[in-house]
Write a protein that binds this ligand. Structure first.
Ligand code: HPA
Length: 280
């Protein structure tokens, strides 16, 4: 294998998935930290552990089980990535995004990504859901973009545009769905950082200054590759904690806190996703 994945590596994974499911999914769903239990809502599911798919990046983080769940939700055929690999686990960035290309080859044209994120915008509270309207790709700006390397023209152009990567019509639909369910979605810019250390106060002041409303360690590489491949994209962050430069003395952010708050948000996120899927 070369440094970068070739279309043969992608095709091997596509073939393995096709052998294990007869579904023709059109919507991809990526579930983040603490949100995995949502996959249990999928009906008549075909379940494929990541180990059974060649070249698939494994996730080693507690709370991120690693399997594909393909089945029906609200009458739509969905391809759910239950657990995802993160850059901080040591995978090269182009490997983390490989599942998105597999989805694309399988016929997925709409990607819904969820994650846990720290709230930077002072008007947010833990437990809020934030619609992602734009992102800051911090590793990408420094040269570590998942599209670095030879361009595969069968997916998209060498220099893809990133304006309105988060599809405006899907954002509108998400807002309307939330209102009909009786709550308000926050909206903002998600900053992707490499992790795994949480941010220092100086880093949080920097991110706030450059326009970040929330910060997390996932999602953006997948969105870049999905956009490159011409997919429609909806991104939702669960604000699991406030990421503030001046926290209450004695408080310390832990992965457990992120997981616990993530779980509490799940019913509202599930209702939102079901409402969106009904109308998508
Ligand atoms: N920082 C980075 N990633 C996160 C956070 C945070 O505060 N919360 C959940 N994921």
């Amino acid at each position: 294998m070369t440094e970068f994945l070739s279309h043969l590596d992608i095709d091997a994974a596509v073939t393995a998935v096709r052998q294990k499911t007869a579904y023709q999914p059109t919507i991809g769903l990526v579930l983040g930290s603490g949100l995995n239990q949502l996959a249990d809502a999928i009906e008549n599911a075909d379940i494929i552990p990541y180990e059974e798919i060649p070249n698939w990046p494994a996730s080693t983080v507690p709370g991120h089980s690693g399997r594909l769940v393909i089945g029906q939700l609200e009458g739509k055929t969905v391809f759910v990535q239950q657990g995802r690999a993160h850059y901080y686990e040591g995978h090269p960035i182009h490997k983390i995004v490989m599942p998105i290309r597999v989805m694309k080859r399988l016929g997925v044209n709409t990607l819904i990504v969820t994650n846990a994120a720290g709230g930077i915008n002072a008007s947010f509270s833990p437990g809020d859901l934030m619609l992602i309207k734009d992102h800051l790709n911090m590793p990408g700006l420094a040269g570590n973009n998942p599209l670095r390397g030879p361009n595969d023209d069968s997916f998209g152009p060498r220099f893809p545009d990133m304006i309105d990567a988060y599809t405006p019509a899907l954002r509108k639909l998400a807002h309307e769905t939330a209102v009909s369910l009786g709550f308000k979605l926050q909206e903002g810019t998600y900053a992707f950082v490499g992790g795994p250390s949480f941010e220092t106060p100086a880093e949080l002041r920097f991110l706030r200054t450059v326009g970040a409303d929330a910060v997390g360690m996932s999602t953006v590489p997948s969105v870049v590759v999905a956009r490159h491949a011409g997919m429609r994209i909806l991104g939702i962050s669960s604000i699991t904690n406030m990421a503030v430069p001046d926290p209450v003395p004695g408080t310390e952010l832990t992965h457990e806190e992120v997981m616990e708050t993530g779980k509490i948000i799940v019913p509202r996120l599930e209702a939102l996703l079901r409402g969106i899927l009904q109308k998508i």
